[in-house]
Write a protein that binds this ligand. Sequence first.
Ligand SMILES: [Zn+2]
Ligand SMILES: [Zn+2]
Length: 127
Amino acid sequence: MERSTIQRKLIVDSVKSIGHATTKDIISYLSNNGYNVSIGTIYRNLDLLVNENILRRVSINFKEDYYELSEISTHNHFICEKCGKIIDIFNNNSSINEINGNKVISNTTTYYGICKECLENNKDYSN
Ligand SMILES: [Zn+2]
Ligand SMILES: [Zn+2]
C-alpha cells in the first residue's frame, strides 16, 4: 500500500475506534498506538476524507470539531455540559425535506444538557 493510503486508513480506523474524535484525539490515539503521523498530514487527510464523504465533521458550539464515520446514518447529538460526553440521538424526526419552499439537504440538531449518568451521580441537577 502507498504511504498516503496507509495514513488515510490509520485516520479512518482511529475515528472508528474513538467514535467521536477531535483532531487531538486522533493525534494521541495514533501516537499511543505507535504510529508517527505528522499533524499536518492528519489535518490534510481529515479535509480530504470529509470532502470525499468518508468522514463527517460535527461542529459543536464552543468546542472543537468532531469527526465521525459518514456511513453512520445522519443523527443528532446530545452534549453533556458536565462531563463533555457526546451521545448520538437516532430517534429524531428529521424527515423534513422542505421548509418554507426551501429544499432541505441535511439537518442536524445539537442538544445541550446533563447526561443520565451525571444526573444520577449529582442529585443537584435532577430538577
Ligand atoms: Zn455527563
Ligand atoms: Zn455522532
